[in-house]
Design a protein around this ligand. Structure first.
Ligand code: A2P
Length: 305
């Protein structure tokens, strides 16, 4: 997996086509997608045209997508994956992930409430995982994994599954360094991908807290950026990369796309890494509270376990 990829969550349908085309032209080889982002068709158009124009081959690209929550269950995975492949206009994915350990009823719609959720007893993740394994065995996904899983949920999955999850994609940045989870994953040969590495300030207002710290304006990060003549975003991305974690910043802006990709070639000193490590405050921007609404079987006390 190329260590630096392009995130497409929050990329509007009228912007993502150009963003993906520009990204591929400027050297991105890893695109992170999901059915719920509602833009896989436009991403697929950009991939298809980039290949048709000879800019890149399918084999040179790494395309990830994710199973949405209303398609949990062994028999629902391949139909959901087939829809994603149709939208992305691909024969196979490089990586397919269970997006959240949150099974929803097929017709569940926001705002969620009582009646939207299956409990994990009614719809165990291990059952969904069997569908993921079937997709893997058919070659529809060359690798399979999960997203938003904590250590306990990974342990449960590892106990029962013949094919182990190969990747866990989680929120990760200097305010949420995820050290224990990363150590656990690496010990189990599970590769980690970091989402929201820049703090996802473009996410919907209802997902934001009142007094959120702004990662891109952090003093320590800014000082390191100034001293190296690079941007704060580049410091944030290099810090993730240097921990052996892949990272998928989202941008639809040509200048920022190029800047972010260039972070793959920046090296931070040990002292700079230590200074950034010290910023951890276990602060989630995506705190999962939208899965713990009244009537939900989930609670924030245990959600990230
Ligand atoms: P834009 O798409 O206009 O570039 P995350 O990857 O953490 O979800 O963050 C995405 C947000 O960060 C978007 O608002 C995106 O805006 C912005 N962004 C992406 N790259 C940079 C950059 N290099 N500098 C500042 N903001 C950036």
């Amino acid at each position: 997996m190329p260590i630096l990829g392009l995130g497409t969550w929050k990329s509007a349908t009228n912007e993502v086509y150009e963003a993906v085309k520009t990204a591929i032209k400027s050297g991105y080889r890893h695109i992170d997608c999901a059915a719920i982002y509602g833009n896989e068709k436009e991403v697929g158009d950009a991939i298809r045209e980039s290949i048709a124009e000879g800019v890149v081959t399918r084999e040179e690209l790494w395309i990830t997508s994710k199973l949405w929550n209303n398609s949990h269950g062994r028999d629902n995975v391949i139909p959901a994956l087939t829809k994603t492949l149709t939208d992305l206009q691909l024969d196979y994915l490089d990586l397919y992930l269970i997006h959240w350990p949150v099974p929803l009823k097929p017709d569940a719609a926001f705002p969620l409430g009582e009646g939207s959720f299956y409990t994990l007893e009614e719809q165990p993740v291990s059952d969904t995982w069997q569908g993921m394994e079937a997709a893997y065995e058919k070659g529809l996904a060359r690798q399979i994994g999960v997203s938003n899983f904590g250590i306990k949920k990974l342990e449960e999955l590892l106990e029962t599954s013949p094919v182990k999850p190969m990747v866990n994609q989680v929120e990760l940045h200097p305010y949420l360094s995820q050290t224990a989870l990363v150590d656990y994953c690496h010990a189990q040969n599970i590769y980690v991908t970091a989402y929201s590495p820049l703090g996802s300030s473009d996410r919907p207002e209802q997902m934001k807290g009142a007094d959120e710290p702004v990662l891109l304006k952090d003093d320590t990060i800014s000082k390191i950026a100034d001293s190296k003549g690079i941007s704060t975003a580049q410091v944030l991305l290099s810090w993730v990369k240097q921990r052996g974690i892949s990272v998928i910043p989202k941008s639809v802006n040509p200048g920022r796309l190029a800047q972010n990709l260039a972070a793959a070639d920046i090296t931070l000193s040990d002292e700079e890494m230590h200074q950034i490590n010290a910023l951890n405050r276990d602060r989630r921007y995506i705190d999962g509270s939208f899965w713990t609404v009244p009537g939900s079987p989930h609670s924030l006390d245990t959600f990230w376990d």
